[in-house]
Write a protein that binds this ligand. Structure first.
Ligand code: CP
Length: 309
């Protein structure tokens, strides 16, 4: 029986290596099974609620797809403006209300720590789909699934994480998971958007080699994989600060010509201008395959949370 049964999914640091390996194994089984049939009805009669207080395309739709592929039902608020949040209902009251209808809640909210608050307010599992600039643990799981699939291993990899490392919840979660596999990490960002110091120091305490730089080419030349991220405009209180750093890093053909021939490029998406569309046809550009993997990994998580794998 899965150790994830009945658990909240809140933070990239909550998983053991054994749990990650189990999630990847179940996701891989689902990927194979879905090639044979359109659904694997393990969660008939179960209901997943999506509560998204911030925009989303991939996380929301892939969770909905995952639940429906597993035979379960999905409910959602539509938009915040169309719900009683617009009348001033608190997050906790919303969570307590939706808990009366659903068996699991997927929550995205602009405040760091909100997923933990929601989990403390209900007995049903809460899945953190992004809490402000905090964490995005299910993205980290689909990222590591993609890395293993694309590169064939998680061992001895050198990975560059590039862009807004200060505000990027995907990278905050991903490095926690990568730290279980002893990857060597380059953190590439403008000075003002460096990875939070507490994350970097925790990684180093765990024995992970971390190199911080503003030179994407230097890091890219050493890397097996580049994990590109968007500068998170919505997290800037002063837009003139955003203007100073926007467009800092761009992967285009000129860049690609100067790094390892088989380098893999990932991005949690959405992108703005940091990966030129001319790269999309490059075989190592794996970001749309990464999107698809989100369904298999979220199916695995849901099945394991309900004790069906
Ligand atoms: N990767 C990701 O979280 O995408 P969305 O914001 O579209 O959900």
């Amino acid at each position: 029986m899965s150790t994830l049964k009945g658990k909240d999914i809140l933070h990239g640091n909550q998983f053991t290596k054994k749990e990650i390996e189990a999630i990847l194994k179940v996701a891989s089984q689902f990927e194979k099974e879905l090639k044979q049939r359109g659904s694997i009805p393990l969660l008939k009669g179960r209901i997943l609620a999506t509560l998204f207080f911030e925009p989303s395309t991939r996380t929301r739709l892939s969770f909905e797809t995952a639940m429906q592929r597993l035979g379960g039902g999905v409910i959602g608020m539509g938009s915040v403006e169309g719900s009683s949040v617009a009348k001033g209902e608190t997050l906790i009251d919303t969570i307590q209300t939706v808990s009366q209808y659903a068996d699991v809640i997927v929550l995205r909210h602009p405040r760091t720590g909100s997923a933990r608050e929601a989990a403390d307010a209900t007995a049903i599992p809460i899945i953190n789909a992004g809490d402000g600039a905090g964490q995005h643990p299910t993205q980290a799981l689909l990222d590591i699934y993609t890395i293993r699939k694309e590169l064939g291993t998680l061992k001895n990899l050198t990975i560059s994480l590039v862009g807004d490392l200060k505000n990027g919840r995907t990278v905050h979660a991903l490095v926690e998971v990568l730290s279980l596999f002893q990857a060597k990490l380059y953190f590439v960002s403008p000075e003002s958007l460096r990875m939070p110091g507490e994350i970097t120091s925790t990684l180093r305490e765990k024995g992970i080699e971390v190199i911080e730089t503003e030179d994407m080419l230097e890091a890219g030349r050493m890397s097996d994989l580049i994990y590109m991220t968007r500068i998170q405009k919505e997290r800037f209180t002063d837009l003139s600060e955003y203007e100073k750093v926007k467009g800092s890093f761009v992967i285009d053909q000129t860049f690609l010509d100067q790094v390892k021939k088989k380098i893999t490029i990932l991005h949690p998406l959405p992108r703005v201008d940091e990966i030129h569309p001319e790269i999309d046809s490059y075989p190592g550009a794996a970001y749309f395959r990464q999107v698809k993997n989100g369904v298999y990994v979220r199916m695995a998580l849901l099945a394991m949370i309900f004790g069906k794998r």
